[in-house]
Ligand binder design. Structure first.
Ligand SMILES: *[C@@H]1O[C@H](CO)[C@@H](O)[C@H](O)[C@H]1NC(C)=O
Ligand SMILES: *[C@@H]1O[C@H](CO)[C@@H](O)[C@H](O)[C@H]1NC(C)=O
Ligand SMILES: *[C@@H]1O[C@H](CO)[C@@H](O)[C@H](O)[C@H]1NC(C)=O
Ligand SMILES: *[C@@H]1O[C@H](CO)[C@@H](O)[C@H](O)[C@H]1NC(C)=O
Ligand SMILES: *[C@@H]1O[C@H](CO)[C@@H](O)[C@H](O)[C@H]1NC(C)=O
Ligand SMILES: *[C@@H]1O[C@H](CO)[C@@H](O)[C@H](O)[C@H]1NC(C)=O
Ligand SMILES: *[C@@H]1O[C@H](CO)[C@@H](O)[C@H](O)[C@H]1NC(C)=O
Ligand SMILES: *[C@@H]1O[C@H](CO)[C@@H](O)[C@H](O)[C@H]1NC(C)=O
Ligand SMILES: *[C@@H]1O[C@H](CO)[C@@H](O)[C@H](O)[C@H]1NC(C)=O
Ligand SMILES: *[C@@H]1O[C@H](CO)[C@@H](O)[C@H](O)[C@H]1NC(C)=O
Ligand SMILES: *[C@@H]1O[C@H](CO)[C@@H](O)[C@H](O)[C@H]1NC(C)=O
Length: 870
């Protein structure tokens, strides 16, 4: 970052400074040096350690070899005298910039003011003071000054002549200041203000633009008569050495009522063009109309470098002398002259001068030719070459995202679009030539104002995370592998007999088998140290919390290699969490599927074990579907894709995984979404590994209200079809946009699957579908999915399709998307008794959405033969 950049940032930050100033006293950051000599260094400025300053540009270098010590801005030799949080910064200009007082300004200052221009409009800020030590300090109110382009001269050259700025390749004064002799500007200071002339001619320059044109002044040609004939005559002529008259930006204009006017010259061959204008009565003439009555205009040829104005009158104005004694002719910048009737008779119109635009180019080569001669090639860094239309030679332009003078080394400076355009809702990242937007930690969206912006990520609503708490000493475990830790957990569990029995019934035998493959965790994942994870989560900072439940917290972690991970940390809980934790490790270590969240490793050093997972950037499906704060509605295509991927993952768990796995807690909050909205099924704490010779196992009923398979609830027999039921509820949520269980809905609509089934029975499916996604094109597809969802939530498990069937039907629907759909009849034909809402009578709703049924339902369990499981 050059000085320019630094100042740019300082100026910009000044806006923020004023805001900070109201809340913060002028002091340094804690643990930072607050003074350099007797100069206060308030944050965001800072000296000493890197953390003391808010960014590089706010670094103050304190040189203690001086007495008293002196403060310097960043690594420059600009001495800082005073820093005020009101937005003022006083420096000593000790590096030889031209410093002017209020009646003049230096090249540096010009640029700086240009940079600040947008500040004026955007922030209405009157920040600014930069002084020079040889002069009194002064302050400039930026609202007064506004220059257009950062039009700098070559370093060491005069930047202006009077108030005309002279950007390189033009130059005045010493010979090195202009790129070639055609670009020399003579500044005549005998005028007040001084006047600029092109090379050695007497052609006055008004304005120089880096876009390839300059504005000069020229007088007009005239031809006047009195009653005795021609009284005065001036055949205006001009000859330019190099720069042609712009044929696009100028017009030849003639005024008179008995007038033929010509502009003539040489273009290698002679050329002549002109126009005629007549009028009989002054009343025929109209102000502003230059179309042949009193005034006429015509274009001029391309490449004209000299011209000469001549006139002819048919009647020597004898019929119009009263109101028009003269012919006038002149070349003028298009739009710079507007015709007034009075111009026909005003005595002193002959003294008028008009601006003319000349086109300028560098050299007489094309871009291609010029590039072959790098030594003389005029376009510097971050610029490109263009071949203009008018005449030979080329021009340079700054690349997109840069501004400044392309003819100067480092003349093209990055535009800080973040401040000029303010394109972002979130964090704006300006990089040379470009910029991008992102959202800060804890927010989601694309960050663009014209895009989805940033909205706060809502902490998942009472999500529960099963965890294990081990009552073992902290230090004991540090070097153990996951599985051995699990083993210890297992031994711990043996202390309670009932639970041990349960545990074994629920897969303990398999766990034991796992223990023989001790390497499990280290094979698939990594053992993290407590330190690593503390750093990754910024000491479990609350801003890193992704989700929080009764049993624990999930943090977002950033590993030293930049990888993002999710870290599950349990709060101290009970033995049931031990079981769930073991489950999760075992289950996840069996699975490798792209739609199942990956366990990356674990940490054993802490009293509370930590599990490290892949990070799903977009959070839970629940948030995306049910969070009103997320302004954008999830499209049906995305919903279908997520449904298919979830179905595939479950199908894989049921049929491809060995041993098969029943998830047992399929719900929206357990479906995570990565950055491209790929579904990741998570939370395997409640999952069951199914012994290969069993198709159903008896367990403590576990699940989530609203998703729980009623058959399982009644029989305690867990089968794969319980997941199918829960998945059916997920499908219904995707279709309707309603929550699985809502106590805000009327009582008979509380349970979504029952509400959905009865809506279908009454032929009211269309009423319940999510209006935000239904359209003509997808209605048939939605109906098909509704039919499938209906089958998934049948009361009898055996009537439900398998996950494999569900997945392939959904995929089929996607593939057939464009085909014509048969009319799906969603009316229920067979009579199926709707079960009473099972939650109404048997279960206490404790405010959480997860629950386990009490042990009284265990008495009916068919004993599960632990040892005969394999
Ligand atoms: C503070 O300034 C120093 C020196 O320029 C720099 O290395 C450091 O990164 C800056 N600190 C911050 C937080 O940007
Ligand atoms: C402090 O300033 C002196 C005199 O200009 C210079 O010689 C010295 O290198 C500076 N010290 C540091 C640490 O920059
Ligand atoms: C810096 O400016 C503040 C506010 O104008 C003033 O109170 C203070 O005395 C100044 N300090 C120095 C060292 O000039
Ligand atoms: C600016 O400086 C010039 C030359 O040093 C001096 O003549 C003029 O009076 C100064 N103007 C102001 C406003 O200080
Ligand atoms: C330049 O100075 C002249 C004379 O003082 C003034 O009329 C004109 O507006 C000035 N132009 C600019 C751009 O300041
Ligand atoms: C700048 O213009 C002057 C006057 O025409 C000329 O003497 C000098 O050579 C020019 N400089 C360059 C670098 O061509
Ligand atoms: C120079 O031209 C630019 C662009 O046309 C205009 O904004 C500026 O005011 C002009 N300056 C003078 C001194 O005429
Ligand atoms: C017409 O103009 C000429 C030249 O300026 C002058 O000599 C003559 O007296 C004028 N005639 C009348 C009638 O004004
Ligand atoms: C031209 O005449 C107009 C009014 O007739 C007057 O305002 C203006 O100053 C005159 N200009 C010159 C250069 O004599
Ligand atoms: C181009 O310019 C160079 C140097 O100014 C000159 O020697 C050469 O004759 C020019 N070529 C043409 C085709 O005008
Ligand atoms: C938003 O604006 C930027 C810059 O104009 C553009 O690149 C981007 O494509 C726009 N995004 C949308 C979603 O319109």
């Amino acid at each position: 970052m050059g000085l320019l950049g630094i100042f740019k940032e300082l100026v910009l930050s000044a806006v923020k400074l004023t805001i900070i100033a109201t809340s913060v006293a002028a002091q340094a950051k804690p643990d930072c040096q607050s003074k350099c000599g007797n100069i206060n260094i308030p944050y965001p400025f800072g000296t000493g350690s890197p953390g003391c300053n808010i960014s590089r540009s706010f670094f103050i270098h304190c040189n203690t070899t001086f007495n008293p010590p002196k403060a310097f801005l960043t690594t420059s030799n600009i001495e800082v005298l005073n820093i005020s949080l009101d937005g003022y910064l006083r420096i000593v200009d000790s590096i030889g910039y031209d410093c002017y007082n209020s009646s003049g300004r230096s090249s540096y200052f010009d640029t700086w003011i240009t940079l600040s221009k947008f500040l004026i409009s955007h922030a209405k800020n009157k920040f600014t003071a930069i002084g020079c030590d040889t002069y009194a300090y002064f302050q400039v109110k930026l609202t007064i000054v506004a220059t257009s382009v950062a039009a700098q001269a070559k370093p060491g050259c005069h930047n202006n002549c009077g108030n005309i700025s002279i950007p390189y390749p033009f130059g005045t004064g010493s010979p090195g200041c202009n790129i070639s002799s055609s670009f020399f500007i003579r500044c005549d200071t005998t005028f007040n203000p001084p006047k600029a002339f092109l090379t050695t001619s007497n052609i006055e320059v008004l304005n120089i633009s880096l876009d390839g044109y300059l504005r000069i002044v020229a007088s007009i040609g005239y031809d006047c008569y009195n009653s005795s004939g021609r009284s005065s005559y001036f055949d205006m002529w001009i000859t330019l050495s190099k720069f042609p008259i712009s044929h696009t930006r100028n017009k030849f204009t003639a005024i008179g009522c008995d007038t033929y006017a010509y502009v003539q010259g040489s273009l290698g061959h002679n050329y002549s063009t002109g126009c005629l204008t007549f009028c009989n009565e002054i009343t025929d003439v109209i102000n502003g109309s230059c179309s042949g009555i009193g005034c006429c205009q015509t274009g001029i040829p391309k490449g004209v470098r000299s011209y000469h104005v001549t006139f002819y009158s048919s009647f020597n104005h004898s019929y119009v002398l009263g109101f028009n004694p003269c012919n006038y002719g002149f070349v003028v910048e298009d739009g710079a002259y507007s015709f007034f009737v009075s111009d026909l008779y005003t005595k002193n119109f002959t003294d008028r001068e008009f601006p003319i635009i000349l086109d300028w180019t560098i050299g007489n080569q094309t871009c291609t030719e010029a590039k072959m001669d790098p030594e003389n090639y005029a376009c510097k860094e971050n610029s490109y070459c263009i071949d203009p239309e008018n005449g030979p030679g080329y021009l340079c332009k700054c690349l997109d995202g840069f501004q400044g003078n392309p003819y100067l080394s480092h003349g093209c400076q990055d535009i800080n679009e973040c401040d000029t355009l303010k394109p972002c809702d979130g964090t704006c990242n300006n990089v040379p030539g470009s910029y991008s937007c992102s959202c800060p930690e804890g927010f989601e969206g694309d960050g663009w104002k014209n895009g989805t912006g940033c909205s706060p990520k809502v902490i998942p609503h009472r999500q529960s995370f099963p965890f294990l708490v081990v009552a073992l000493g902290v230090s004991l475990l540090s070097s153990l592998l996951c599985s051995s830790w699990v083993y210890l957990g297992l031994r711990q569990r043996k202390l309670t007999k009932l639970k041990q029995k349960n545990f074994q019934q629920n897969g303990g035998i398999l766990l034991r088998e796992q223990l023989s493959k001790l390497e499990e965790c280290s094979e698939t994942g990594k053992i993290f140290t407590a330190d690593e994870l503390r750093k990754a989560t910024n000491n479990y900072h609350e801003t890193r919390i992704l989700g929080k439940g009764g049993q624990g917290t999930v943090y977002k972690g950033i590993l030293p290699d930049g990888r993002r991970v999710a870290i599950k940390k349990s709060s101290i809980g009970d033995q049931s969490q031990v079981q769930q934790f073991i489950n999760e490790v075992i289950v996840l270590s069996q699975i490798n599927h792209r739609n199942v969240v990956k366990l990356l490793g674990c940490c054993l050093e802490t009293p509370v074990p930590l599990l490290v997972y892949e990070y799903a950037r977009n959070g839970t499906l629940f948030n995306h579907l049910h969070n009103a704060a997320l302004a954008s509605v999830m499209s049906w295509e995305t919903r279908l894709k997520i449904a298919i991927e979830t179905a595939e993952a479950l199908s894989y768990l049921h049929s491809a995984a060995s041993p098969p796995i029943i998830h047992r807690d399929v719900k929206l909050t357990n479906i995570l979404l990565d950055e491209t909205y790929n579904a990741k099924v998570s939370d395997f704490g409640a999952s069951r590994l199914v012994p290969t010779d069993k198709t159903q196992i008896t367990t403590l009923v576990q699940g989530t209200l609203g998703y729980l398979d009623p058959e399982y609830l009644h029989t305690s027999q867990l089968t794969e079809k319980s997941d199918v039921y829960s998945f059916g509820v997920v499908l219904i949520e995707l279709l309707t946009g309603l929550q699985a269980l809502s106590f805000e809905r009327p009582e008979k609509e509380r349970n979504l699957s029952m509400y959905f089934v009865s809506a279908i029975k009454e032929g009211l499916l269309l009423e319940i579908l999510d209006r935000r996604v239904v359209n003509e094109k997808n209605i048939e597809q939605l109906k098909e999915v509704a039919t499938l969802a209906r089958r998934c939530v049948r009361v009898k498990g055996e009537e439900r399709p398998t996950m494999k069937e569900v997945a392939s039907e959904l995929e089929g629907l996607l593939a057939m998307e464009k085909q014509l759909w048969g009319k799906g009849d969603l009316h229920e034909e067979e009579a199926e008794p709707l079960l009473d809402d099972p939650y109404k009578n048997s279960i206490r709703y404790d405010g959480s959405t997860s629950f386990s049924m009490g042990p009284d339902s265990i008495k009916n369990q068919v004993s599960f033969e632990v040892d005969g499981a394999r």
